[in-house]
Ligand binder design. Structure first.
Ligand code: ADP
Length: 478
């Protein structure tokens, strides 16, 4: 049950509400109770003053008896209030007088003189002015006042019954006892409905999301209110679906293009083998020619498979960089030497200019592959007798590698696409001229290698007079 957010929200909300209500009710009760006591105490002080003033007045009246006891009796008979008792003791604890509660109309069942004496005599000597006093089972707010008239000491008790106030407080407490649980119940039910209503879009989104799979990745969640939090969540989820869909599309295209590229050399291999085997007898020369074709196509197939493998690992972020310290100028010179044989077959002149001692911390094998891809393209797309130049220099805190050729260049409208996978400006020319045309992956891999080293590659210029590719690499000293 606690696994439901709706229930958890309701419980939290109800618990918070219950705590607030209980604290509020408790505080109200205590404040009212304190108020009752404070008012009773103020009242008692006034009554005591008035009582003693009456005693004094009685004694000062020449026409009346002048003993203190008579004065007290007169004051007692004058001070008759509902719910208030006046009791007087002398300092020895002898009872001097008390209002007769029985004679008061509508008075509560008053305590007997014995009960008053038994409860109040022990308090005659106390100095504390206000205190709660129990007589029988009834609670009184008592005020103890010691006074002296005509050298006669006495103690006055003003006792106020808090019965009616207590009854009111009890009624209040029992009202709280009914209203608070009811309010908590209502709040709980309201909270539950509110949580259910607020979370219903999440439930709907969950149901919609569970119906989206690879076969219907184009579907999207409904955004009820794009401005609220759930709307943001749905929008983020839809953006995620967009990215996934694009990634799926890329993967599908990649697989389709890869199969297409692999089909051609495989078809050539099969066809060549079948043609050779169709005739029973062939000369050694014919067999050699066939084997030569088979080897070239197998090489091309191997090359494509290696490129595909590299890209697949790069996409999955699983192509580790084997970093080491070496000199870039040495690698550049080595690469230019290694393509000379290929270039001389087309009478292409390869030149190499590089600054000395360019230390770098990088993956040597990958940088070699990037350079060979660029040089290979330069030679492949440059006609007989042309030239290719490779330069390497340091500047602005980075290394700049350029590969320039005197080939026929790339049409302007196709230039932005040359780093795309499987893109070839002219498929027939790619395969035709060298017989080992690529699958359109060379520049993609070169761009990935530059990026993996924190650098970049760009086509700086390409005209019918030639192309210039520039690689920027982070300079890291040995
Ligand atoms: P490929 O294996 O076909 O050479 P690349 O990814 O290396 O694939 O190159 C993509 C396309 O870019 C090539 O098919 C070619 O059309 C064009 N290209 C690349 N380098 C050059 C260049 N130096 N001169 C002219 N065109 C080039």
């Amino acid at each position: 049950m606690l696994n439901s957010v709706r229930i958890r929200l309701t419980l939290w909300y109800t618990a918070a509400m219950a705590i607030v209500l209980v604290i509020l009710a408790g505080a109200t009760y205590l404040v009212l109770r304190q108020n009752v006591v404070r008012r009773a105490d103020a009242n008692a002080t006034e009554l005591a003053d008035s009582f003693l003033a009456t005693v004094n007045a009685e004694l000062g009246d020449a026409s009346k008896p002048d003993s203190v006891d008579d004065g007290i009796s007169a004051a007692i008979s004058e001070h008759r209030f509902r719910d208030v008792l006046f009791v007087v003791f002398d300092p020895q604890g002898d009872f001097l007088g008390a209002t007769d509660a029985h004679s008061l109309p509508g008075h509560w069942a008053s305590p007997t003189r014995e009960m008053l004496v038994a409860s109040l005599r022990p308090l005659v000597q106390v100095s504390q002015a206000f205190r709660t006093i129990y007589i029988g089972d009834r609670e009184y707010r008592g005020y103890v006042r010691h006074f002296s008239i005509d050298q006669q000491e006495a103690t006055l008790f003003v006792l106020q019954s808090l019965h009616r106030q207590n009854e009111f407080l009890e009624t209040l407490a029992s009202t709280f006892g009914i209203v608070i649980p009811l309010a908590i119940l209502l709040a709980g039910a309201g909270g539950y409905l509110l949580a259910k209503r607020s979370l219903s879009p999440v439930v709907t989104m969950g149901a919609q999301a569970s119906r989206i799979g690879s076969e219907n990745l184009h579907k999207r969640l409904q955004v009820q209110n794009p401005r609220d939090e759930l709307g943001h969540l749905a929008a983020s989820f839809n953006e995620l679906l967009d990215r996934l869909n694009q990634s799926f599309d890329r993967q599908r295209r990649f697989v389709a293009d890869a199969s297409h590229e692999l089909r051609t050399p495989v078809a050539i291999l099969c066809g060549e083998a079948e043609v050779t085997l169709a005739q029973e007898k062939r000369t050694e020369q014919e067999y050699r020619e066939s084997l030569h074709i088979l080897r070239e196509e197998a090489k091309r197939l191997k090359h494509i498979v290696e490129d595909l493998f590299t890209l697949a690992r790069a996409d999955a972020g699983q192509h580790p960089l084997a970093l080491s310290d070496f000199y870039l100028d040495e690698l550049v010179a080595e690469c230019s030497r290694s393509v000379r044989t290929l270039a001389s077959a087309k009478q292409i002149k390869v030149s190499c200019e590089t600054s000395a001692e360019l230390p770098i911390h990088a993956d040597e094998e990958l940088l070699r592959r990037m350079l060979i891809n660029l040089l290979d393209n330069a030679i492949k797309y440059t006609p007989q007798g042309g030239s290719v130049s490779l330069r390497c220099a340091e500047g602005d805190g980075q290394y700049r590698l350029t590969v320039e050729d005197s080939g026929q260049g790339i049409p302007v409208e196709l230039q932005p696409r040359i780093f795309e996978r499987f893109f070839r400006a002219d498929k027939a020319r790619s395969r035709g001229e060298t017989g080992s045309g690529g699958a359109g992956l060379g520049l993609t891999i070169a761009a990935w290698i530059a990026g993996a080293h924190g650098g970049k590659i760009e086509l700086t210029k390409s005209t019918p007079e030639g192309s210039l590719f520039t690689v920027f690499l982070q300079k890291t000293s040995l």
